[in-house]
Design a protein around this ligand. Structure first.
Ligand code: FMN
Length: 337
């Protein structure tokens, strides 16, 4: 893995230093780039909040061979981790065309036994280049669309359905992105009524709807009442608004507020198998990882990604073993102190 980090450093050097721990300090404020917005604190708070969750070891039990396998709507996953969506990879200083990045990401995730996601493009011809990379098994790839008005979403949802996707997402926390606000009058903050309409449109095409960017119980309630199938607790990697708490700080209250009524996922600062265990203990069923996944793809293409996920899986198994968790359902707040 140290070889691939060297190679990745060369390929993303315009913006990313491929730091030993990807924590948002060296790249604070760098957008375009890999950083968090403004002071960079929202990105850094993601790591700080996770680190504050201390692990309570358990050694006297029968879970010597824990099972890290997960499931999402009938798809079996080798670990409870998905690759998080990114839009245009040139904005992170990549030397790869976005469609090539998407192709490698999808291949690597499939080989690792997990689900790939990709972000939106403003131009439909560029978005369709991403969809073209899906190949045979659309159910293992989830596209995430920007918060366009429901009237503008039909063609995007049609494209997802035509490629066999089982679910689509929307990153509602991109509502403030000024270039997109300028480009389309319908782009921006979505109401509960808009979300209900989008859910209906997505379900009518046979797909589930995931809302990404929930940071408060009040938004979580609105999302659930609008009929979403899943919500992602996320602050967009600290790139939407400055100075938010870390996602691990807000996750427990959101999980408590919506109970088991929808599937809860979370992202932000997850770097290790221990972090995956922490997010699950705080109430997520699945987690997403973005920046380290992009580094793995730039380091050694689909092979780099497969190695990264395998490493993460082994770390998670070790963490489960030493906290007495036989399977993912056994991971609870009891693993933390
Ligand atoms: C360069 C970059 C581009 C991103 N593009 C998107 C995007 O197009 N859509 C989206 O939903 N999230 C996007 N995100 C946010 C990630 O999906 C994810 O929520 C966040 O980065 C997770 O934090 P982590 O990078 O610390 O793992 C982007 C993040 C980065 C760093």
């Amino acid at each position: 893995m140290s070889d691939y980090r060297e190679k990745a450093r060369e390929r993303v050097k315009k913006y990313c230093k491929v730091c030993p721990v990807c924590n948002g300090k060296a790249c604070a404020g760098q957008i375009p780039g890999m950083g968090g917005i403004g002071s960079g604190m929202a990105f850094q708070n993601n790591l700080t909040a996770l680190a504050a969750c201390r692990i309570l070891p358990r050694y006297l039990h029968e879970a010597d061979n824990p099972a890290p396998e997960a499931e999402l709507w009938g798809q079996k996953l080798s670990l409870p981790v998905l690759a998080a969506p990114v839009g245009d990879v040139s904005a992170m200083g990549s030397d790869m065309p976005t469609a090539r990045y998407t192709e490698l990401l999808i291949k690597g995730c499939r080989e690792a036994g997990t689900i790939a996601t990709f972000g939106d493009r403003q131009r439909m011809d560029l978005l369709s280049e991403n969809f073209a990379q899906i190949g045979g098994n659309g159910a293992m790839t989830i596209p995430f669309f920007k918060p366009w008005a429901p009237d503008d979403m039909g063609p995007r949802l049609d494209m997802a359905a035509a490629h066999g996707c089982a679910a689509c997402g929307m990153d509602v926390d991109a509502a403030g992105f000024s270039a997109l606000r300028k480009a389309s009058p319908g782009f921006g903050i979505r109401s509960g009524r808009d979300i209900a309409e989008l859910v209906k449109m997505t379900h009518a095409r046979g797909m589930k709807f995931i809302i990404k960017g929930i940071m408060s119980p009040v938004d979580a309630h609105i999302a659930v009442d609008s009929g979403v199938d899943s919500l992602i607790v996320s602050n967009h990697g600290g790139r939407s608004i400055d100075c938010t708490p870390g996602t691990a700080e807000v996750l427990p209250a959101i999980a408590e507020a919506v109970g088991g009524s929808v599937l809860i996922m979370a992202d932000g600062g997850v770097r290790t198998g221990l972090d995956v265990l922490r997010m699950l203990a705080l109430g997520a069923k699945l987690v997403l990882i973005c920046r380290p996944v992009t580094i793995a793809v730039h380091g050694d293409e689909e092979h780099g990604l497969r190695c990264y996920f395998e490493d993460l899986r082994q770390q998670l198994v070790a963490a489960m073993r030493l906290t007495g968790c036989a399977d993912l359902a056994s991971i609870s707040r009891a693993a933390l102190c």
